[in-house]
Write a protein that binds this ligand. Structure first.
Ligand code: G4P
Length: 531
């Protein structure tokens, strides 16, 4: 762990022992299995939100959670905290289904590192790549875990090359597999010169003099020992040496091999996270950069979830703390509105149940119950007027108009859509020509969740109809008058989003390209940072 000066404050000390991270993976690579194994090691299996929507340990909190259960996928982002060897890990779970990648992207704004899980038989897959690009945009350091080594896998050299080439990232092997598939015997720790046998506990690691150690054949057999001796030499010569600074800048990834299902290599990975992953980093805000060790509290909302408890209509805002100490009962300033928000019962997602936190520190995530005051992207402080940037919104890929079964419910629908838009469940666009609002989602499943929540939580049965638009983009440009001219010329194909930002609606990609050509002074953005 990074050394601290003796005079370091409590805040700096607590921040330094925190590791807040997410797991990024293509569906089926083993994220859920790995999460469970990590939590077991931390002694805290925690089911706030959903680790996975399979199995029967899930509590049904609302109907849309049932969708998760029926479809066997995880929709909600949740946070899980566990402690091991004096390091506090905050694991921010991200939905695996690609329809919910927007939630995932937002979660990545709240972590300091990510574990990239690859299926050893498949390597880099489409979703891995997409999520990796978001990490790269934010310089999030990545630890790679090559999973499923217990079964038929691709050649490790080929996998390492693929990471290096497709992601343009230096790779530094930390563990190296000994034997393959059913012959997989464990890993050799290239840095510590140890053999980690597959069927033993972490404590049973065998210290060695190197990959040529004469004791190895007795441990793993002649053939595997000979292969390791050759491969270890090639791996050390052919790939980068681990470099902490390069890792933390996001240009190099340490690589671990293992099997989540067999709980192998997970302890090694966790040690790697504790040792190498950064504690909370300084975070840029509009007015200045905030250091985690600062005494005054700052944080931002990266997720809002409604009806976590069906008995209360409260919404829980997930706040990532960036500096200072949170004490139960504090009143915080919501910078966007200047309002005071009481934090009487911050939820901490510790151990088996949600608990009320007495205190929380930089890197922690707490849930703050509120009645819709807090929105995604909001900054909370003890009084200072600063805003953290960078919780993104993505251009929805599906645009629909809402069809009410009972027209008398129009007003209720309006309220419901507006609340759900604040929560980030749906994006809402109001066309400037006065036609009915259009809802935008990233994937079909999100529409199902929307429909279910409208009915169950708001009593508004509704359906969706196609619109004449295929896509939307946020309009930006230095020249305000050019934007005004664009809006005047395209009244029927422009709208404002829920935060009053102007958007262009397009019937086809061809039309979008044409608008870009005809309006070179404007930009049509597919991503917008919320504030
Ligand atoms: P995900 O969250 O990334 O989508 O993946 P998940 O952990 O659900 O794993 C996907 C499948 O891969 C599961 O099998 C899981 O048991 C299996 N798996 C995960 N890690 C390993 C591993 O290290 N080795 C092997 N051999 N398999 C692994 P499933 O049959 O789809 O689901 P289940 O019925 O086992 O839950």
């Amino acid at each position: 762990m990074d050394a601290l000066p003796p005079e370091a404050s409590d805040v700096a000390r607590e921040a330094a022992r925190r590791r807040s991270f997410a797991i990024i993976a293509h569906p089926d690579a083993g994220k859920t299995t790995l999460t469970e194994k990590l939590l077991l090691r931390g002694g805290a299996i925690q089911l706030a939100g959903a680790v996975r929507a399979k199995g029967n340990a899930r509590r049904t909190r609302s109907d849309w959670m049932k969708i998760e259960q029926d479809r066997g996928i995880s929709v909600a982002t949740s946070v899980m905290t566990f402690e091991r060897d004096n390091v506090v890990f905050n694991l921010l779970d991200t939905p695996g289904h690609e329809d919910f990648s927007e939630d995932t992207y937002r979660t990545l704004t709240a972590v300091d590192a990510a574990v990239m899980v690859l299926d050893a038989a498949k390597g880099i897959e489409s979703q891995t790549r997409k999520l990796f690009e978001v990490c790269r945009l934010r310089d999030i350091p990545i630890v790679t875990f090559i999973n499923k080594m217990d079964r038929e896998a691709r050649d490790p050299f080929e996998l390492m090359d693929e990471i290096e080439k497709t992601l343009a990232l230096d790779v530094a092997p930390i563990a190296w597999p000994v034997g393959r598939a059913s012959e997989f015997a464990g890993t050799y720790d290239l840095r510590e010169k140890r053999f980690l046998p597959v069927d033993a506990t972490d404590a049973d690691a065998v210290p060695l003099d190197g990959p040529n150690d004469a004791r190895l054949p007795a441990l793993v057999g002649e053939a595997r020992a000979a292969a390791l001796a050759e491969e270890a030499e090639l791996a050390l010569a052919g790939f980068a040496e681990f470099d902490l600074a390069a890792f933390r800048q996001g240009t190099l990834t340490p690589v671990f091999f293992g099997s989540a299902l067999r709980d192998f290599g997970v302890g090694h990975l966790l040690d790697g996270l504790a040792r190498y992953a950064p504690p909370p980093r300084a975070r840029p805000a509009d007015a200045r950069t905030v250091e985690p060790g600062e005494p005054a509290l700052t944080g931002f909302v990266f997720k809002v979830q409604a009806n976590m408890d069906p008995n209360h209509r409260d919404r829980v805002a997930f706040v990532r703390l960036c500096s200072g100490k949170l004490i139960k009962g504090m009143r915080l300033k919501q910078v966007r509105t200047g309002k005071q928000v009481p934090v009487n019962a911050p939820l901490f997602f510790f151990a088996k149940e949600r608990q009320v936190a007495e205190e929380a520190w930089p890197g922690d995530v707490v849930g703050v119950a509120n009645h819709g005051t807090l929105r995604i992207g909001d900054t909370l402080t003890e009084g200072e007027a600063i805003n953290f940037r960078g919780v993104p919104s993505f251009a929805p890929e599906i645009l629909r108009s809402v069809r009410l079964e009972d027209p008398m419910l129009a007003k209720k629908l309006k309220t419901a859509l507006s609340q759900l838009a604040e929560e980030g469940v749906v994006q809402l666009f109001r066309p400037f020509d006065g036609s009915p609002p259009v809802v935008g989602v990233v994937g079909q499943l999100q529409l199902d969740v929307l429909q279910s929540r409208l009915k169950v939580e708001y009593g508004v049965p509704a359906g969706f109809d196609a619109t004449q638009w295929q896509m939307m983009r946020w309009i930006a440009g230095e020249d305000r008058t050019a934007i005004e001219r664009y809006l005047d010329a395209n009244r029927r194909d422009t709208a404002e989003d829920h935060d009053g930002e102007v958007v262009a609606l397009f019937g086809s990609d061809w039309r979008r390209k044409r608008a870009e050509e005809e309006w070179p002074m404007l930009q049509f953005h597919a991503v917008r940072e919320q504030h």
